[in-house]
Every structure is written in structure tokens, then in C-alpha cells.
Design a protein around this ligand. Structure first.
Ligand code: GAP
Length: 511
């Protein structure tokens, strides 16, 4: 556990030190759960977005893109259910004046029982050494079983109370469990109240004429309201999809774990419109297709798993999360939802406009069903970045920090170094960059010894380094050094571009 925590701290500090992510408006002490992407972060984020976009839009003849506005007619959010139901149960501590998500307070309390169970396991491991059978121990040890049973009971109870919208029951549970405020240490709690997560804003110049708007909490609704526009102008036939990437905003109360849960974040969503009755076939297709996409990046298939939802949202008839093993455990990375015809029907009802499709094969009109794939771009960034950051011990016993980003996503593809700062080598290195810069993001570095420059680029995630030396002047060859293997080879300047291109082929990565 401590190791994972340490690893996560390293991820956060590395992201800052190497120009990937800064806290928002840091000179004013920052804004909680809001982040800025720095010179390298913006490139990595753009490359992830592009990898997603190409795999969804260019690889499917029946998927097209959209870029809807962040601000939408306020009725959109009434129709989608966000005005009435997009909320978290909150509770305040009267002494510290701190606000908490009531269910998270209970979950954190339950987690303490899991920690106790883990301590028992660690103790037993030490006691029994090599002969320890963990699988048997956790299913037979009375203490471990007791802690885990209590934990499950607690979580089931809070889930039942929330489902029944019994907020006073939630407060009673917090009191019965003796949960104290982590800041004041007191049990002086207010009642539990539902708190809507949407950020409000105003449109218009004067207070009297201003219209209340919301910053969108998901990009999906921009797709639903444009369903017919796209279908008609693109002459799309069911099944077809609309893909979109863009900012979404949620006033998250429990915003922690760096860019895992933010108040301003970016989503990459795709709504796939299908014939009613065929949604399960497409749901299965998108589950498989999206998992393959994740696996294509080589972060380790063991780091992904599905978590099928047992309790479904009112609009869904099937839902799953693709979970990823972050430094703090398996957590949701992407959601795949079979959303029925709920959204289109709701927009029809609120707008008075028909949102139906005439199916020429069936010769009938119907409201399509929707299968949605929805992934947080920032969360994907964190998955890739945290998985790629590694400390390695080399053969000579020294260590190196290497950011093994998939080459296709790396912000800088090639770093070019003159071996020394004279004899025309810097000029020659810059000439090489002049040629490569049309196809790649290239970085020039002449400071410090070459070994040190290599290590800087390893930590930065740059897959290739090119060194220009005196031999380059004679025979137009350079040394190319590979980040992951640290191997070096001598190649002609004219071969650099094609060698790098091979490792960046979208076709090879995706297939
Ligand atoms: N349109 C469906 C939808 O928005 P969601 O499960 O609420 O579903 C989808 O969000 C994805 O968006 C999540 O799987 C996660 O990757 C990302 N996401 C949601 N809330 C987020 C937040 N506060 N910060 C960062 N990413 C978030």
C-alpha cells in the first residue's frame, strides 16, 4: 500500500517536473481539482485524443464526428434528467464547516475494516513464511471474514438507503457507525442533502433578462440533440455512430487523486444508434472493441477488467465499466452503456420535435436505441502516464527513470544532440531537425554530457535520440538510440525518418 502511495506521489511530481501537468493558477495557490496541461502534457493529451478519434471515426465508415457547444439550451438538462437527478448526498460537519459526500464517508469507514483485514493477512504472511496460503487464509480466518462481512453489510446498507432516497437513514447510519469528521474529530453532523453537481452560469447582459444555463456535465447530450441533423445531412443509415471529444464540468465534492476526478475535464464519447432489439449485440461489440483499443497500447492486459453493473441507471438496460489498475487500485476508466431510447424520447417529449429514423429495410419509423462508449481523456492520460513511469536498475547497478510512453503517443518523438558544441556539429544537428520537423515533434539539446541528455529524454518519454558526431560530417551517418532497450545503432541521416515512422504506424498499433 505504502509503495503504491509512494508511486502515486512520484507520478504527480514527475508530471510537474517534466512539464506535463501543473495545478491551475498555481501562483494564487491553485484551484482544487482543476489542472493545466503543460508543454508536454498538451502533446500527450492531443495524441491520445487523436488515437481515439482515428480508431472511432476513421476506422468505422458509419461513425462521424461532431463538436457541439459547451453551452446548451437549459431544457436539455431537464430532459436528460440532470436537473432532477444528477446529485450527490452531502453532509456538513458543523464544527469544521467541512462538507463531505455522505456515501464516501461511509465507504472510507468501511475501507478501514478492509485495512484491518489486510493487516491480519500481512501478519500471517510473516508468521507462516513460504508455506503461507493466502487464498485459504482469507476464506477461513475468522477475523478476516468478520471484517469483510461487516464491510459488505455497511456498503449494502448505504446502497439500499440511497436507492430508497432515505437521506435521514443515511445520517442515522453515519451516527450509528460513530463516524467522526477527519478535520474536527467531532460527530456534530448536519442533515444529509442532495447537491446537484452541475455548474450554473448566466447568459445575457442584465440581471433581469439573463437566462440560467449550465456548463455541460457530459458531452453526450450535444450528440443526442443533433441526432437528426447528422443523420439527415450525412445520409446516415442505422446502425451509425456520432463521436465527440470535449470539455465537461462537474462540481465534484470529493475531488482527489490528482487528475482522476476533476471539476473541469474532457470526455471522448460515442453514441451508436441501433435498431431497437439489436442493442445487446452492439453492446457486446463495443465492449470487445473498446477493450481491444486499450490493449493495443501495450500497458498490460492484466491491468484491465470489466465491472458489469448490477444496479442500473433508470435509462440503461446494460452497463459496464472498463476498470484500470491505477496506482491506487482498480478504478473506472471508461463506461459502456446501453441507454435504450431514453435520451431521444426525452428530448422528443421536451422539444416537441420528432427524433425518429425511417428504416428503409423495415419500412417503418422508430426511435433508435443507443449504445454509448464514454471515456475520460484525463483519466486515460493518468492511466498511461502512471503505468509508463518506471524506475529501472541497470546491469551496472545504477538506476534510471524512464517514462515508457507508447511511442505513438509520446509528446516528443525524436531528440537531436550534437556530441559537442563546436566543429559544426550543432549546425548539422539543426539541419537534421529542419528536415524532420515536418513530420515529427523534435527537440534539440546541446547541454551536458550525452549520457545525461539521454537520461533526461528517458524521463521525458522520448522514444528516439539522435547523436551527431564527427563521423556524421564524413559519412552522413548518426547514432540512433532507443529509449526502451537503450540500444544504439549507426544509420544514415536519410534513414531516420522511415525508421521512426515504422514505430508510429497507427495500423501496427491498432492491429
Ligand atoms: N455520458 C456518460 C457519462 O458521462 P460517466 O460515467 O459519468 O458517464 C464517463 O463518465 C467517463 O468520464 C468516466 O468513465 C470517466 O473516465 C470520466 N469522468 C467522469 N467524471 C470525471 C471527473 N470528475 N474527472 C475526470 N474524469 C471523469
Amino acid at each position: 500500500m505504502a509503495n503504491n502511495e509512494d508511486q502515486f506521489k512520484k507520478v504527480i511530481s514527475h508530471a510537474k517536473e517534466y512539464g506535463y501537468i501543473f495545478g491551475s493558477s498555481e501562483i494564487y495557490d491553485g484551484l482544487s481539482a482543476v489542472y493545466d496541461y503543460a508543454q508536454n502534457g498538451v502533446e500527450l493529451k492531443k495524441n491520445i485524443r487523436e488515437y481515439w478519434w482515428k480508431s472511432m471515426v476513421y476506422m468505422h465508415q458509419n461513425i462521424v464526428g461532431l463538436d457541439a457547444a459547451i453551452l446548451m439550451h437549459p431544457k436539455t438538462w431537464k430532459a436528460s434528467g440532470h436537473v432532477d437527478a444528477f446529485s450527490d448526498p452531502l453532509i456538513d460537519n458543523k464544527d469544521s464547516k467541512k462538507r463531505y459526500r455522505a456515501d464516501v464517508l461511509i465507504e472510507d469507514h468501511a475501507e478501514k475494516l478492509e485495512n484491518k483485514a489486510q493487516k491480519e493477512i500481512t501478519k500471517a504472511k510473516k508468521r507462516f513464511g513460504d508455506s503461507f496460503n493466502e487464498a485459504e487464509f482469507v476464506t477461513t480466518n475468522a477475523r478476516v471474514l468478520g471484517y469483510r462481512e461487516k464491510k459488505a453489510e455497511m456498503l449494502q446498507k448505504v446502497a439500499r438507503l440511497l436507492e430508497a432516497e432515505d437521506l435521514s437513514g443515511v445520517k442515522t447510519l453515519i451516527e450509528d457507525l460513530g463516524i467522526v469528521c477527519p478535520v474536527s474529530g467531532s460527530k456534530n453532523w448536519t442533515d444529509v442533502k442532495q447537491f446537484n453537481l452541475m455548474f450554473g452560469t448566466k447568459l445575457g447582459a442584465s440581471a433581469e433578462s439573463a437566462t440560467d444555463l449550465y456548463l455541460r456535465p457530459e458531452t453526450a447530450q450535444g450528440i443526442f440533440v443533433n441526432f437528426l441533423n447528422v443523420q439527415k445531412t450525412g445520409r446516415m443509415k442505422i446502425p451509425f455512430g456520432i463521436a465527440q471529444t470535449g470539455k465537461a464540468f462537474r462540481n465534484e465534492i470529493v475531488a482527489r487523486q490528482f487528475i482522476f476526478r476533476m471539476r473541469e475535464f474532457e470526455q471522448m464519447e460515442m453514441q451508436f444508434f441501433v435498431r431497437p432489439g439489436e442493442e445487446m449485440k452492439w453492446y457486446a461489440y463495443w465492449k470487445e472493441t473498446r477493450l481491444k483499443w486499450h490493449h493495443s497500447l501495450g500497458l498490460g492486459t492484466e491491468n484491465y477488467r470489466f465491472h458489469d453493473h448490477e444496479k442500473l441507471a433508470h435509462y440503461a438496460n446494460a452497463a459496464t465499466d472498463i476498470e484500470f489498475k491505477f496506482p491506487f487500485g482498480f478504478k473506472e476508466l471508461e463506461g459502456i452503456h446501453s441507454r435504450t431510447d431514453f435520451d431521444l424520447k426525452a428530448h422528443e417529449a421536451h422539444s416537441g420535435k420528432k427524433l425518429q429514423f425511417f428504416d428503409p429495410e423495415l419500412k417503418e419509423n422508430y426511435t433508435p436505441y443507443v449504445v454509448e462508449t464514454s471515456i475520460g481523456l484525463d483519466r486515460m492520460f493518468l492511466a498511461i502516464f502512471s503505468n509508463s513511469l518506471q524506475e529501472e536498475t541497470l546491469e551496472d547497478g545504477s538506476t534510471r527513470t524512464v517514462l515508457r510512453l507508447p511511442a505513438i503517443l509520446a509528446p516528443v518523438k525524436i531528440a537531436v544532440f550534437p556530441l559537442i558544441k563546436r566543429d559544426g556539429l550543432p549546425e548539422l544537428a539543426k539541419e537534421i531537425i529542419e528536415d524532420l520537423k515536418w513530420d515529427y515533434n523534435v527537440f534539440y539539446d546541446e547541454k551536458d554530457a550525452v549520457g545525461k541528455r539521454y537520461r533526461r529524454q528517458d524521463a521525458n518519454g522520448t522514444p528516439f535520440c539522435i547523436t551527431v558526431d564527427h563521423q556524421t560530417i564524413e559519412d552522413k551517418t548518426v547514432t540512433i538510440r532507443h529509449r526502451d532497450t537503450m540500444s544504439q545503432e549507426r544509420i544514415a541521416i536519410s534513414e531516420i525518418s522511415s525508421l521512426v515512422a515504422k514505430s508510429l504506424s497507427m495500423k501496427d498499433w491498432l492491429q
